[in-house]
Design a protein. Structure first.
Length: 266
């Protein structure tokens, strides 16, 4: 069953939620109510205990064209100008964090261009699969703007600071095959296979015990904090939690019994 959150569609397929940016007439640009709607849809996936993985994609031929530049310009040129709140803690931060900090794994199915904020929204996912028509671009500098939506944080972690600087400073377009070589996307798959591949990966993840996946996601995101000793401490704390769960014992029993485990999320 599909639920509509304004400009975002939400559908649960058994234990996988599909969240679709649905503003194709504006190439899914992050304007109108789309940012708030995406937060609401991600929260719905987070609150649904049956959901164990999330697929994020765009309607039509574009993943996300970035910010709605016409709307941004209109706001800047209006008599009121930008509200103070938007200068201090803009809605874009909440939107980006709704994807990045989701407790459940997020797979971005990049079905077409992902420019500017749209590229960074894809980078906020844990895993990215791309169609051959996907094109990624840090386009902010081409519009006289600074990268936002955590681009200066996410991009260097994936490709290193020198390559990130090149992509940010030049604003050049990265085609799908190069994006895979650089590690910006995990894999390029034929367009007609993009959603089936994303759903298959999500279902593979969903079969695993949800608590270890959630804890592992947090540990991976924190990998750059501190050194190896801090990583070991995080892993030990998380593993101790897993040992005390029903799923932890079920996984061990299933191995001993030579059967597939049945995880219940406890």
């Amino acid at each position: 069953m599909q639920t509509v959150f304004g400009s975002v569609l939400f559908e649960r397929l058994d234990d996988v939620a599909v969240v679709t940016l649905n503003r194709p007439e504006r190439r899914n640009a992050l304007g109108g109510t789309l940012r708030e709607d995406l937060v609401a849809a991600m929260d719905a996936a987070e609150q649904d205990s049956a959901v164990r993985a999330i697929v994020l994609t765009g309607a039509g031929s574009c993943f996300c064209a970035g910010g709605d530049l016409k709307q941004i310009l209109a706001g800047l040129e209006s008599a009121e100008g930008r509200p103070l709140r938007d200068k201090v803690r803009p809605q874009r931060d909440a939107t980006l964090l709704a994807v990045y900090e989701a407790g459940k794994p997020v797979i971005a199915a990049v079905n077409g261009p992902a420019f500017g904020a749209g590229m960074n929204l894809a980078l906020a996912a844990d895993i990215r699969l791309a169609a051959p028509t996907a094109r990624l671009c840090q386009s902010h500098v081409l519009r006289g703007l600074m990268p936002d939506y955590a681009g200066t944080y996410l991009l260097p972690r994936l490709v290193g600071p020198a390559r990130a600087a090149e992509l940010i400073y030049t604003g050049r377009i990265v085609e799908a095959d190069e994006a895979a070589r650089l590690g910006l996307v995990n894999e390029v798959v034929p367009a007609e296979q993009l959603m089936p591949a994303a759903l298959a990966m999500a279902r593979t993840i969903a079969r695993n015990a949800p608590l270890p996946v959630r804890l592992a996601k947090r540990a991976v995101q924190q990998a750059h904090q501190g050194g190896i000793r801090e990583a070991l401490e995080r892993e030990t704390a998380a593993q101790n939690v897993c040992y005390d769960t029903e799923d932890g014992r079920e996984g061990l029993r299933a191995f001993v019994d030579k059967r597939d485990p049945v995880f219940v999320g406890r």
